[in-house]
Write a protein that binds this ligand. Sequence first.
Ligand SMILES: NC(=O)c1ccc[n+]([C@@H]2O[C@H](COP(=O)([O-])OP(=O)(O)OC[C@H]3O[C@@H](n4cnc5c(N)ncnc54)[C@H](O)[C@@H]3O)[C@@H](O)[C@H]2O)c1
Ligand SMILES: [Zn+2]
Length: 359
Amino acid sequence: MRLDTITIKSNIKDYSVYFENNADFLERIASKENTIFVVDSNVWEAHQETTLAKIPQDKLILLPISEDLKNINTVCELYEKIMSFAPRKNLTLVSIGGGITQDLTGFAASSLYRGINWIFIPTTLLAQVDSCIGAKTSLNFKHYKNLVGTFYPPSEIYIYPEFLKTLTREDFYSGVGEMAKLHLMSGEDNTKIFIESLDKIDKQDQETLLARTQNCLKIKKSYIEDDEFDTGKRNMLNYGHCFGHAIESATDFRISHGQAVVLGMILANKEAVRLGLLSQTMEEFICQNVLKPILVVDIPEINIEKTIDAMRQDKKNLGKGLALVMLTDSYQMQKITNMTTEEAGEILLQCQRLSYQTI
Ligand SMILES: NC(=O)c1ccc[n+]([C@@H]2O[C@H](COP(=O)([O-])OP(=O)(O)OC[C@H]3O[C@@H](n4cnc5c(N)ncnc54)[C@H](O)[C@@H]3O)[C@@H](O)[C@H]2O)c1
Ligand SMILES: [Zn+2]
């Protein structure tokens, strides 16, 4: 059974997400005129003889992937390679890869000729369940992560779980972290479905992955359509990210984004208990049944001072205090902007303690 397409309303232009259970869509796209493919070189390596076999090599640009290359220099190299194909303004850029590919090619697509047609085929679970919609493109500048960017959605997005088979376990579970976040944010029933699906998700059952991914995108859609430019409701999607981003950056990105977000949710829940927003029973239930089962990395050593420093520098902090998004007993989200560094330090100490326990 083919899942229904999701259409996202955007101030820039509406766009659609298609859910695929075979690779025919790629052949269709490859047969269009004026298309250029930009493919993550690791994805090409793993899928060139199978899923990607129909991609014409005379229209192909391979993109080496690393967070250090997610910058304007790589975008300039992309402009050059794209222009060497002698394209016209009516060209379509098709990019195939994870979030780094999305950010680099999305930025290039948004700026070349002031915006060219762009199709995105996400190949990581994180990009499939989360980043592919929302229209953000981001580049790193010096040590500032995601400092530079634009709002520019692809016109079409294709979700094909077959790609995920070649991801490392940590990269796969990075996406499961974001999946857990979106299911928790959307209430008790969805949380229950997520818990019941965990075994099948782990086995990468295609039908389960497609259904959970579609659900995630529907939930995210409800946050971004009302607040595309991230000035209000969309902020709530930062559940798990306030501590998560800081842990990622203070540990020099040794753990994947989604796994840091899982730690971030555990910590945000602890602060919510302290503030009386979440019962201890619910916090323990979520930790034992949702979050600990999907934490597949060793908890890194947390340098509290460095982590708090990273929280202070977070571009989401607009006031004097630290911002934190929390889940409450009724599965509603609540944001505070006045967390003190002492309170954050107390919570981070609990993360250090967690690392001594067997998970
Ligand atoms: N624009 C947004 O809205 C947004 C949102 C969230 C994250 N991001 C960005 O996304 C990036 C993280 O992206 P990500 O976690 O999707 O992965 P990624 O693009 O960093 O890729 C992770 C690794 O997996 C490899 N890879 C990708 N797909 C593969 C596959 N199918 N098989 C084998 N290997 C594969 C890549 O080559 C890379 O080595 C960060 O830079 C982050 O800032 C952007
Ligand atoms: Zn995230």
